[in-house]
Design a protein around this ligand. Structure first.
Ligand code: ZN
Length: 58
């Protein structure tokens, strides 16, 4: 394993509240976060887009 290489993958997923509604989010190992999404499908798509951006998606 190359320690210098940035890893990508789901690090943490959960719900974040703005004080009114809970919204799902997914954090990547590299520090990327989908932020608060409308639903899990949306969070998954944003995360997939990130993986594609870094060359890991199809
Ligand atoms: Zn990443």
């Amino acid at each position: 394993m190359d320690a210098e290489q940035v890893q990508h993958g789901p690090k943490e997923a959960g719900y974040s509240s703005d004080g009114e509604k809970y919204r799902p989010y997914i954090d990547c190992l590299c520090g990327f976060s989908t932020g608060r999404c409308i639903n899990w499908m949306d969070a998954g798509e944003v995360f997939d887009d990130h993986l594609r951006d870094v060359g890991l998606g199809d």
